[in-house]
Design a protein around this ligand. Structure first.
Ligand SMILES: NC(=O)C1=CN([C@@H]2O[C@H](COP(=O)(O)OP(=O)(O)OC[C@H]3O[C@@H](n4cnc5c(N)ncnc54)[C@H](OP(=O)(O)O)[C@@H]3O)[C@@H](O)[C@H]2O)C=CC1
Ligand SMILES: O=C(CO)COP(=O)(O)O
Length: 321
C-alpha cells in the first residue's frame, strides 16, 4: 500500500488522487488531527471542503513502510530531516519520494540528498512540478515530474504514482528537478512583491525571465541538465507560482509589497530557501542578484523600491543566462 507521510494540503491531495487506483495510508503526526479526519472524512484544517475516499486509511501510528510501494514525504522542507531521523526504523529501505520543494537552510542540501544522508538504504526520489493541492484534490488535470537517479526505480515509481488526473513524467536529473522547485518559490515571492507594490505586469515578466536565467545559472553550475529547468519542475512551476493567487509564496510576496503582515503559520517554503540559496551561491561564487534582493526584502533589510533600484542600477550587460 502507498503511504503518504504528512496530512497537509499536498499530502492529502496526493492521497485523494492515488486512492482512485488503490488503498492509501495517510499519516498525520497529530493524533487529534487523525481522529478528526477519521470521523469527518475530511481534512478541514489543511484542505477544506474535499471528501476523503473510503480507501484512505488515516493513522497517527507509523508502521514500517513497504519496500515495494512508494512512501511519499509531504512535509515542509525544513522539517524533512527531523521526520527521517524520528522515524528511521519505519522508513529505512523504503522507496521514499520527497514531495517538498526547497533547500535546507542549515546545509544547502536538497530533499533527496537529505534522504540519502539519513537513510542510506532507502531509494530516494522527488515528485515536483506545477500543481496546487486544491486542483489535484478536485480531480483537475495536472502534470508532474518524478525524478529518481535509479532509472529502474524511477520507471516503477512513475507507474505507481500516475493517476487518472495526475500525469507523471520521469527524469534521472534529480538535481535539476529539485532546484527548479526550490528556486521558483523564491522568484514567486519576488513577483508577489512586485505586484503588491503596484510595479506592474511588465516588471513581473522581467523578474520571471531574469529569475529563470538565475535558476538555470545555479542549477547548471550544480550539474543539472538545462532541459530539466525548461520543463515542468522549473519553467512550468515558475509560471504557475509567479502568476496565481493560489500560491502561498506569491501571496507572501504580495503582503511584503503592500507592507501588510502575513499569517506566520502558513507554509512559505521560499522564505528559508531564499537564504539557503544565497548562502550556497556565495560559497560557489555564482552571481544571483535577484535572489539576493528577494532575500533582503524578506529579512526587511530592503523595501521593494530599494530592491528594484538595486537591480535596475546594475551595469548594463548582454542578455544571457
Ligand atoms: N500545497 C500545495 O499546493 C503544494 C505543496 N507542495 C509542497 O509540499 C510540501 C508540504 O506543503 P503543504 O502540504 O502544502 O503544507 P501544509 O502547511 O498544508 O502542511 C504541512 C504538513 O506537514 C506537517 N508537519 C509539519 N512539521 C512537521 C514535522 N516536524 N514532522 C512531521 N510533520 C510535520 C504538518 O502537520 P500539522 O498539520 O500537524 O502541522 C502538515 O501536515 C511543501 O514543501 C510544499 O512546497 C508541492 C506542491 C503543491
Ligand atoms: O508548489 C506549488 C505549486 O506547484 C505550491 O505553491 P505554494 O507553496 O506557493 O502554495
Amino acid at each position: 500500500m502507498i503511504t503518504v507521510l504528512g496530512a497537509g494540503a499536498f499530502g492529502t491531495a496526493l492521497a485523494i488522487s492515488l486512492a482512485h487506483k488503490g488503498p492509501v495510508r495517510l499519516w498525520a503526526r497529530n493524533a487529534g488531527h487523525a481522529t478528526e479526519m477519521q470521523k469527518t472524512r475530511r481534512n478541514e484544517r489543511r484542505l477544506p471542503g474535499v471528501d476523503l475516499p473510503e480507501n484512505i486509511t488515516i493513522t497517527a501510528d507509523l508502521e514500517p513502510v513497504s519496500d515495494q510501494h512508494p512512501t511519499l514525504l509531504a512535509v515542509p522542507m525544513q522539517r524533512l530531516r527531523s521526520v527521517l531521523t524520528d522515524y528511521t526504523d519505519a522508513l529505512s529501505g523504503g522507496m521514499l519520494v520527497a514531495c517538498c520543494k526547497g533547500m535546507e537552510l542549515s546545509t544547502g542540501m536538497g530533499p533527496t540528498q537529505i534522504i540519502g544522508a539519513e537513510l542510506p538504504g532507502a531509494t530516494p526520489a522527488i515528485l515536483t512540478g506545477p500543481s496546487f493541492a486544491a486542483d489535484i484534490a478536485r480531480g483537475l488535470p495536472t502534470a508532474l515530474t518524478l525524478a529518481c537517479a535509479d532509472e529502474t526505480a524511477g520507471e516503477s515509481l512513475q507507474q505507481a504514482l500516475n493517476t487518472p488526473n495526475l500525469r507523471i513524467y520521469r527524469t534521472t536529473d534529480v538535481t535539476g528537478a529539485e532546484l527548479g522547485g526550490a528556486l521558483k518559490n523564491v522568484m514567486a515571492i519576488g513577483c508577489g512583491a512586485v505586484i503588491g507594490a503596484g510595479l506592474g505586469d511588465s516588471a513581473r515578466a522581467a523578474l520571471m525571465t531574469r529569475g529563470f536565467a538565475e535558476m538555470a545559472r545555479m542549477a547548471t553550475a550544480l550539474g543539472a541538465r538545462p532541459e530539466t529547468l525548461s520543463g515542468l519542475s522549473g519553467f512550468g512551476d515558475l509560471v504557475l507560482t509567479c502568476t496565481s493567487d493560489q500560491s502561498r509564496n506569491y501571496r507572501f510576496g504580495l503582503s511584503l509589497g503592500r507592507n501588510e503582515t502575513f499569517d506566520s503559520s502558513v507554509t512559505v517554503e521560499g522564505a528559508a530557501t531564499a537564504r539557503a540559496v544565497c548562502n550556497r551561491a556565495a560559497k560557489m561564487e555564482i552571481d544571483m542578484p535577484i535572489s539576493r534582493a528577494i532575500t533582503a526584502l524578506i529579512s526587511g533589510e530592503l523595501q521593494v523600491d530599494q530592491a528594484m533600484d538595486m537591480l535596475l542600477s546594475r551595469p548594463l550587460k548582454e542578455e544571457r543566462c
